[in-house]
Design a protein around this ligand. Structure first.
Ligand code: JEB
Length: 253
């Protein structure tokens, strides 16, 4: 998967050089390319923003600079000028559709993602209109809180998508056991996890986990997932397909 990120703070993405994402890049699974938006400015001050039409607080990012940058990056990614090869453009914004595990799975199927994290009050809306006619443009939000810019959201999205790519996670089961992954634990929060020592400051590991009885352990983990979901995110239980609940589940609930 190729990932292009255009930002006025490319240094913000240093974390993508380490850990899982860094290893995925070293192994050629992820090809992440960073671009400094100011490289497409033409004034001595490298201006990327201006005052909003209609007045109001803050500044808006200029459409012409973004247009030059996006055109250049898209052209770079088109082998031998093959204009049919286009990226999916992802624009983090507080007003976007929620970024969920389902969206992450959708993005993980794409060969090429182009992220355009903004600052100030966002990007002139004509940029999304312009590229919406040529590319798939998604305006997404990572949560109901307000950040100072889109870079942190890109880090979140790239990690959530990158870990889904084949070969990135050592244990393939780790993805299928995800809280929001399809399957038996779908839409349930993950339960508690434990490792050695068996007793730590008087706290014991639940005995069932030391029993070696895999069927009972799986049942216990599902019960704990139900309990935690009921306690912290009861609304997720409404998403459960009633057919996936057995008599034991109904007793736990
Ligand atoms: N994804 C996402 C986000 C953002 C986000 C994302 C991009 C930008 C660019 C500029 N801002 C600041 C800003 C702009 C407008 C109003 N209020 C604040 C951003 C915020 N905030 N919260 C999220 N979940």
């Amino acid at each position: 998967m190729r990932v292009d990120i255009i930002s006025i703070f490319p240094e913000y993405f240093a974390p993508l050089d380490v850990s899982l994402m860094g290893k995925a890049r070293d192994r050629g699974i992820l090809d992440i390319r960073l671009h400094q938006l100011r490289d497409w400015t033409r004034d001595i001050h490298k201006t990327v923003d201006d005052t909003p039409y209609g007045g109001g607080p803050g500044m808006v990012m200029k459409p012409d600079i973004w247009g030059e940058a996006i055109d250049a990056v898209v052209a770079q990614g088109q082998p031998e000028g093959d204009v049919s090869v286009l990226p999916r453009m992802i624009v983090p914004t507080p007003s976007g559709r929620p970024f969920t595990q389902e969206v992450a799975l959708d993005y993980a199927r794409e060969p090429w993602l182009l992220f355009t994290p903004a600052r100030y009050e966002g990007i002139d809306s004509r940029v999304m209109a312009e590229y919406g006619s040529r590319l798939r443009v998604d305006e997404v939000s990572i949560g109901d809180y307000v950040l100072a810019g889109g870079e942190a959201a890109v880090l979140v999205i790239v990690e959530a998508v990158g870990r889904l790519l084949p070969g990135v996670l050592g244990n393939a089961c780790s993805v299928s056991d995800d809280s929001f992954a399809p399957g038996a634990m779908a839409n349930l929060l993950e339960g508690p996890v434990y490792t050695k020592p068996p007793v730590w400051r008087g706290h014991e590991v639940p005995e069932i986990l030391l029993s070696g009885h895999h069927g009972k352990i799986a049942r216990w983990r599902r019960d704990e997932a139900f309990r935690r979901t009921l306690d912290k995110r009861p609304e997720l239980l409404a998403r459960l397909d009633s057919g996936t609940l057995d008599a034991h589940d109904r007793r736990v609930l």
